[in-house]
Design a protein around this ligand. Structure first.
Ligand SMILES: Cc1ncc(COP(=O)(O)O)c(C=O)c1O
Length: 377
């Protein structure tokens, strides 16, 4: 074995010893309480059919592959139309598509926050935000999860020490499933002249008017410097968009490496995004079903005396188990009962915060939710 292979093996063995080794598996036929496909749009017959009609009607869509980055050969009228629609829908001057939410966070945060700037971020921020902090030349400091007092202290201490201060958080947290106190955060950010960036990944498509997001629901969109909406969750597709000013868009086109140096999205990706967005603007039954199911799950789990430690305010719930082996065993037990529920263990979450991540969807039936509740109790 070469020395590099030996080195890699040491790291992998360590993971196995710590019981943190990750493996891939293919999807099962179990009842979906695991995917981020909140509205079922990843498998919507309507969306698939609309994409098909669109392809048949539009011969101008010559290529299925992008053939290059946006700045070289990968741009198209469809891209530009879609960005215009996304900007309008999310109440912004401008929108710039990225190939994924991960890339959008990297490409936005690492590029706008420069040397002599400070980034204040929620301690539970997504891995893509944490990775952006590593790449950015700006200083960074975390604030306690959703703790406005801590954030205010950090703003007071640092307000005259940096060129710019950025505050970064998520509207709906991907692991704890709780909401950020966005309104107060926006007011605080405004008071200290900071630049607020909100990752709306898990709120996209399911909160705000027709799913336009939590910032719009709360009327704070104008107080944000930038917002990120991703398409891999409720939109059921792939990719993401950064919305903000036209100036921000031009800045990102000029400086954001994940945007500049990566092949653009394929035709199918763009059409999927376009028609999923048309779906959420035309139909509200999926969203209504989702919110009814969330309510049903919350109400019916809370009536039990021996209710486990379950947190979550939207479609994401975390059943905290605090020990990776017990957590894995519990997930296996639920899977054997036909429920697709995944254990989330260290290092994805902090030690002692191991949990089963339970996702409620629009398409889950009441019987399936009853089965879930009876199986986890
Ligand atoms: C809060 C948050 N931001 C960004 C991302 C990355 O989005 P994508 O899956 O489109 O790369 C995720 C994905 O899990 C997420 O949960």
């Amino acid at each position: 074995m070469s020395t590099i292979e030996t080195q890699l093996k040491v790291y992998l063995e360590k993971r196995k010893e710590n019981q943190t080794f990750r493996t891939l598996y293919t999807n099962s036929n179990l009842i979906d309480f695991s995917s981020n496909d909140y509205l079922g749009l990843a498998n919507s017959a309507w969306v698939k059919q609309e994409i098909h009609f669109d392809l048949e009607a539009n011969f101008r869509y010559a290529r299925s592959g992008a053939t290059g980055s946006r700045l070289l050969s990968g741009n198209s009228e469809l891209y530009e139309e879609l960005e215009k629609q996304l900007a309008d829908f999310h109440h912004a001057e401008s929108a710039l598509l990225f190939n994924s939410g991960y890339n959008a966070n990297l490409g936005l945060i690492a590029t706008v926050a420069r040397k002599n700037d400070l980034i204040l971020f929620d301690e539970l921020a997504h891995a893509s935000i944490l990775q952006a902090l590593k790449i950015s030349e700006a200083t960074n400091q975390k604030f306690t999860h959703n703790d406005l007092i801590h954030l205010q202290e950090l703003l007071e201490t640092n307000q005259n020490k940096y060129n710019q201060i950025f505050i970064i958080t998520e509207s709906l947290f991907s692991m704890d499933g709780d909401f950020a106190p966005l309104k107060d955060l926006a007011l605080l950010s405004d008071k200290f002249n900071a630049n607020l960036i909100i990752d709306e990944a898990h709120a996209t498509g399911i909160y705000g008017k027709n799913g336009a997001g939590k910032c719009i629901e709360l009327g704070i969109e104008k107080l944000c410097f930038a917002r990120v909406y991703t398409f891999g969750k409720a939109i059921g597709a792939h990719g993401a968009v950064v919305v903000g000013s036209e100036l921000l868009k031009n800045y990102l086109i000029n400086f954001s490496k994940p945007f500049i140096y990566s092949t653009a999205l394929s035709l199918y990706d763009l059409l999927h995004i376009k028609h999923s967005y048309l779906f959420i603007q035309q139909f509200n039954f999926a969203s209504n079903n989702l919110h009814n199911n969330i309510k049903y799950f919350k109400e019916n789990i809370s009536v039990h005396q021996n209710i486990p430690k379950i947190i979550g305010e939207g479609p994401i719930f975390a059943y905290i188990i605090e020990h990776s082996e017990i957590c894995r065993a519990k997930a296996k037990q639920l899977q054997s009962k036909g429920l697709d529920i995944k254990p989330i263990v260290y290092p994805t979450v902090a030690k002692g915060k191991e949990r089963l991540r339970i996702i409620i969807h629009s398409f889950n039936t009441k019987e399936q939710i009853d089965r879930l509740i009876h199986s986890i109790l």
